[in-house]
Ligand binder design. Structure first.
Ligand code: CTP
Length: 402
């Protein structure tokens, strides 16, 4: 995907060991379709060379406000006017203190001060030692800078270059990239709480085996990400999948359909939107054995009896909150044939306002898909695209209906 196609960034580096991560961030922005103009402070040049950043960005790096390459000798004006955003990564404690005071004694801070504040957002990726980060001066500066209109991307936690462990590391480039992409998405679900179920369930036969299905969870994870990008507070109830949690999403891991129901129902009490993408097993073994079922040498196979699992979507859609209209429920249908007729029937059967149909077996595990939206007015096809792109379109469709 080229989520940043057409976007032009000024990537500012202030002094800190995290400058080494800025090289990877620069590549990541470009891979995502952006163009990048790097600006470095003198301190940043102690950590990484402008040669590296020029090679990666494909543009000469600026480091001085007296740069005579600009015909009018005003790089702080020219470079900030052509940017869609100024991203300072790493943003040192000292640089934050400068921003707080509106200091402008070198090119990067001068450019931040000179930027058209309503048109060019300022995104900051702080990076510093944990004591520096926790210091009341830094925390106070950060709150004031945010109040002045900067967008703080947060910090990571863990082992630091200084040998200490705690908060204040710069976020990793993939995390920053996800947050930067999210920053530019329209905030259609701001203030809303979205609950998503995703992945397969695993129904135990005994401690070492069970019944599951081929759902990868990708669509549900993409919807959770898209909802968070749209400004929602998102909880993702996930069956056993090997996917990383989208940034800023609260994840609850579950195994069986019953676990999923137990995790989902309380969350649904305060949600505004519920999207059920999970491929919940329809049946579970009637009683799971406490011990591994062993072959006894007789050639006899074990006899399995099954019990029907609760229908999580139908249960939530029958709740008071959904019936009163406070909770908007969206179901999914993975069909192998007759998509339109099956999806329409399923929407009515599950009593949900919106049902999303797709041809199941082919999409399991794939990165793209095509969807069919079914509501009371009829059907609409959403053509094949990446699951994240489809998720964004679905989020927009949900926002339209709220
Ligand atoms: N679903 C659920 N709990 C279940 C079964 C399904 O929440 N026990 C949800 C799924 O997450 C999905 C929708 O219901 O949003 C449709 O699931 P599907 O398995 O296709 O529906 P079924 O009722 O099992 O229909 P069919 O037997 O035709 O496949």
């Amino acid at each position: 995907m080229n989520d940043l196609a057409g976007k032009h960034f000024v990537l500012g580096l202030s002094g800190g060991i995290a400058c080494y991560k800025a090289a990877e961030l620069c590549r990541a922005l470009i891979k995502e379709g952006a163009t990048v103009q790097v600006v470095m402070t003198e301190a940043a040049e102690q950590f990484i060379t402008p040669v590296t950043m020029q090679a990666l960005s494909g543009r000469p790096v600026y480091g001085s406000q007296w740069d005579s390459r600009e015909p009018n000798n005003m790089p702080h004006i020219n470079l900030s006017r052509e940017a869609d955003a100024i991203l300072v990564a790493p943003c040192s404690a000292d640089f934050m203190a400068k921003l707080l005071h509106g200091r402008a004694d070198e090119l990067l801070s001068l450019m931040c001060l000179a930027r058209p504040i309503d048109k060019v957002p300022l995104l900051l990726a702080p990076a510093m030692n944990r004591e520096m980060w926790a210091n009341p001066a830094t925390q106070r500066n950060m709150m004031q800078i945010a109040a002045d209109g900067a967008h703080i991307l947060g910090v990571g936690s863990g082992f630091q270059a200084c040998g200490e462990t705690g908060d204040g590391r710069m976020l990793e480039p993939p995390e920053l990239l996800e947050d930067i992409i999210a920053f530019f998405q329209p905030k259609r679900l701001a203030g809303k709480r979205v609950l998503v179920t995703a992945g397969p369930t695993f129904e135990a036969i005994d401690p070492v085996r069970g019944i599951t299905n081929l759902s990868s969870g990708k669509m549900g994870f993409a919807i959770a990400r898209a909802a968070r990008e749209a400004g929602a507070e998102v909880t993702l109830v996930a069956g056993p999948v090997s996917l990383s949690t989208p940034r800023g999403v609260t994840r609850i891991d579950v195994k069986s359909a019953e676990d999923m129901l137990r995790a989902t129902e309380p969350q649904a009490q305060s949600a505004d939107v519920f999207v059920a993408t999970a491929a919940v097993a329809d049946w579970r073994p009637a009683s799971a054995s406490d011990h591994k079922i062993k072959k006894d040498g007789s050639g006899q196979t074990p006899q399995l009896a099954f019990t029907e699992n609760p229908d999580i979507l139908a249960r939530v859609a029958q709740s008071q909150r959904a019936k009163s209209g406070a909770l908007y429920c969206v179901g999914f249908a993975a069909e192998s044939h007759d998509l339109v007729a099956n999806a329409q029937a399923k929407r009515v059967r599950k009593a949900v306002p919106l049902l999303v149909g797709n041809i199941g077996p082919a999409t399991f595990g794939a990165d793209d898909n095509a969807l069919l939206l079914v509501d009371e007015k009829g059907t609409r096809e959403v053509p094949r695209a990446s699951k994240l792109e489809l998720a964004r379109q679905l989020v927009a469709e949900i926002a339209d209906r709220l």
